[in-house]
Design a protein around this ligand. Structure first.
Ligand SMILES: Nc1ncnc2c1ncn2[C@@H]1O[C@H](COP(=O)(O)OP(=O)(O)OP(=O)(O)O)[C@@H](O)[C@H]1O
Length: 293
């Protein structure tokens, strides 16, 4: 395994009577994009906040680059985008980047950063005049100013439109392609599927799964049979039916049998595709709840 950049060892965090994080151990190796998934209130933000030094564990140990996360030596190599960003409204976009850059010995070139996150056109705009999407992109961009080795992105694309999400995904991928390590929390399962190679699923403060996206998809044993079909006949073994555009997805434990039954039904269909179950199937099975959207 690659060098471990950060680790939580047997970490518990309580707020009064609430146990937000319960005996969690996670290692973050260099070069990985790790997705932290879980329903609302599962403890994801609390875990991120302990890794970035904003919260202390009640029990257990958190290390960032081998140091206490509050240590400035460790923090210099890390970038973070919190869920909420409280920038003064009158600060201009370029000034915000320059201000953050002044805290780092070798910051990224401002123009390069703004271009990467599609903010070049608003460099002189006050942050109070940014759209919600532009503000979110700026908040994420600020995590990358110090040329970090590791970034923590807490719900980076919440509130963004499709184009804004894709711009951010491209920025995150570019950072990872250059060797950067990413920890990402998201309510969008497709986002985690797109970006992360490994997923840690948190439920009620505990790690309920820690594996590759592929392995988690296979875990439920569900498959998706996708076809274009005018109507879905009643078939045995169909666990769920989803419609997307002119495609129909049939969720089943036995794709072979379902295809045989489909052919036998005599209803014409085309464009047959069979996929392993989605991360969403695994998420639902593991947390036994509806996903937090
Ligand atoms: N400062 C706090 N004081 C008291 N309880 C808190 C505090 N912060 C978090 N909690 C509680 O800890 C639990 C975990 O919260 P956390 O924000 O870490 O979850 P999350 O998985 O990030 O949720 P979400 O997906 O809604 O952002 C919740 O029950 C929450 O109410």
């Amino acid at each position: 395994m690659n060098e471990v950049l950060a680790r939580a060892v047997g970490v518990t965090r309580r707020y009064g009577d609430v146990t937000a994080v319960d005996d969690v151990s996670i290692e973050i190796p260099a070069g990985q994009v790790l997705g932290l998934l879980g329903p609302n209130g599962a403890g994801k933000s609390t875990i991120v906040n302990m890794f970035v030094g904003l919260r202390r564990p009640t029990e257990g140990r958190v290390e960032l680059f081998g140091h206490n996360p509050r240590d400035v030596v460790a923090r210099r190599r890390m970038g973070v985008t919190p869920q909420e960003t409280g920038l003064p409204q009158t600060v201009r976009v370029g000034e915000a980047v320059d201000f953050v850059a002044s805290h780092f010995p070798d910051p990224i070139d401002t123009d390069e950063l703004l271009a990467r996150f599609a903010l070049t056109d608003v460099v002189r705009r006050q942050t109070g005049g940014l759209s919600g999407g532009q503000m979110r992109r700026l908040a994420v961009a600020l995590a990358f100013v110090g040329k970090p080795d590791l970034v923590f992105l807490d719900e980076p694309t919440t509130g963004l439109d499709v184009e804004g999400r894709h711009t951010l995904w491209a920025g995150i991928r570019e950072f990872n392609a250059g060797g950067g390590t990413v920890v990402l929390t998201s309510h969008y399962l497709d986002e985690v599927e797109q970006l992360a190679e490994r997923v840690v699923i948190i439920d009620r403060g505990r790690v309920v799964a820690d594996d590759s996206v592929e392995a988690l998809r296979r875990l439920t044993g569900l498959q998706r049979v996708s076809v274009s079909i005018p109507e879905v006949p009643p078939l045995p073994g169909v666990e769920g039916v989803e419609h997307a555009g002119d495609r129909t997805h049939l969720v089943t434990h036995d794709a072979d049998q379902l295809v045989r039954d489909l052919v036998r039904s005599g209803i014409p269909f085309s464009g047959l595709e069979i996929h392993a179950g989605s991360l969403e199937d695994a998420f639902l099975a593991l947390t036994a709840k509806t996903p937090a959207v």
